[in-house]
Ligand binder design. Structure first.
Ligand SMILES: [Zn+2]
Length: 334
């Protein structure tokens, strides 16, 4: 015999699936969306004394922003005000608040959580997430700001592997000086990360050795001595600061930049050989250029038998193009 073991719940409430709420009514509205009327399931406790309320004082309707469910949904909460019947409590009435819609909130907690997740986990732009959820850009930014956590003091974090990388956080800006000239401003910043945990340790203005050096100068000697490896992109900007403050640390370069540099070098060699051998720029039918993409892709991908076969085939073809190109390819591929 079949016997339900869970609490009975109507189909609309199950599909809407907002914890602590049930669907009272649903209707189509003229603009193609749907209006869903909901109410909370449980009577709330008084925020002052905690006694669970039993008498409703009044009702009013409040619109809520919520996640889209099969399209746009207009959510209306039949919100109740309750009496507190505890004689010793000074509060006469109070409005209900839930975990999904805290006091003074106009959006559900699950919507804010979805916005943060869409930006951080999926890496989508805040403006794109705002459009997809039908909310403003400001709301996405507010949800992100509320979700940020306060980092602990950097000096209490034991870092053995430090990552340093630069980012341009907005497009180039131009400002007019007092003399009336236009001055170009490159909005760069440098982020320092604990590679062991992925935790951001600091963000400094600019991308030169001075900015990183000033940040490292604020650390104690014991903190600096613990750093064993520093990962940077292969630019000379940070090297001066690293030589000064972290002379004992080994410098590591990430694979992406290393492969890119190697591929750039092969291209340079290929261009030089074309001018030397043919007295002109390389053409797409020249052997060294015909298999260019095959060579570049071989350096970055491929773990299969096809890759090994293609690698040998590419070696044979590039051997015909000159020893310099072959040397460049060997360097690039290893
Ligand atoms: Zn009370």
């Amino acid at each position: 015999m079949y016997e339900p073991t869970g609490s009975p719940r109507d189909a609309a409430s199950t599909i809407f699936n907002l914890p602590g709420y049930r669907v009272v009514d649903a209707a189509d509205v003229p603009d193609g969306a749907r209006r869903v009327l909901i109410e909370s399931i449980l009577a709330p406790g008084c925020p002052t004394c905690g006694v669970v309320a039993t008498r409703v004082h009044s009702r009013r309707r409040q619109r809520l922003r919520d996640v889209p469910i099969g399209g746009a949904v207009e959510v209306v909460w039949a919100k109740r005000r309750w009496f507190c019947d505890e004689p010793s409590c000074g509060r006469g009435t109070f409005a209900e608040a839930t975990e999904e819609v805290p006091r003074y909130a106009r959006s559900t907690t699950r919507l804010k959580s979805d916005l943060v997740s869409a930006v951080i986990t999926s890496g989508r732009a805040a403006s794109e997430v705002a459009r997809a959820h039908g909310v403003s850009w400001w709301m996405v930014q507010a949800a992100l700001a509320a979700a940020t956590m306060l980092l602990p003091s950097v000096d209490t974090v034991h870092v053995t592997r430090l990552g340093v990388d630069e980012h341009r956080y907005r497009s180039v800006r131009f400002f007019r000086t007092d003399q009336g000239d236009w001055k170009r401003f490159e909005p760069w910043m440098t982020t320092l990360v604990d590679l062991g945990t992925g935790q951001v340790l600091g963000v400094v203005d600019g991308r030169d050795s001075t900015a990183v050096g000033d940040w490292l100068a604020e650390r104690s000697n014991s903190w600096l001595e613990r750093v064993e490896i520093v990962a940077i992109d292969p630019s000379a900007a940070f090297r001066k600061a690293l030589r000064t403050y972290l002379p004992q640390a080994a410098v590591s370069v990430d694979k992406f930049h290393l492969v890119k540099l190697a591929n750039d070098m092969v291209t340079t060699v290929r261009q030089r050989l074309a001018r030397t051998q043919h007295g002109r720029r390389g053409r797409k039918n020249d052997p060294a250029w015909a298999h260019r993409m095959l060579l570049l892709r071989l350096t970055c991908t491929g773990r299969s038998r096809f890759w090994r076969f293609s690698r040998v085939r590419a070696g044979e073809r590039f051997a015909q193009c000159g020893s310099d190109t072959l040397t460049g390819w060997c360097f690039c591929g290893r």
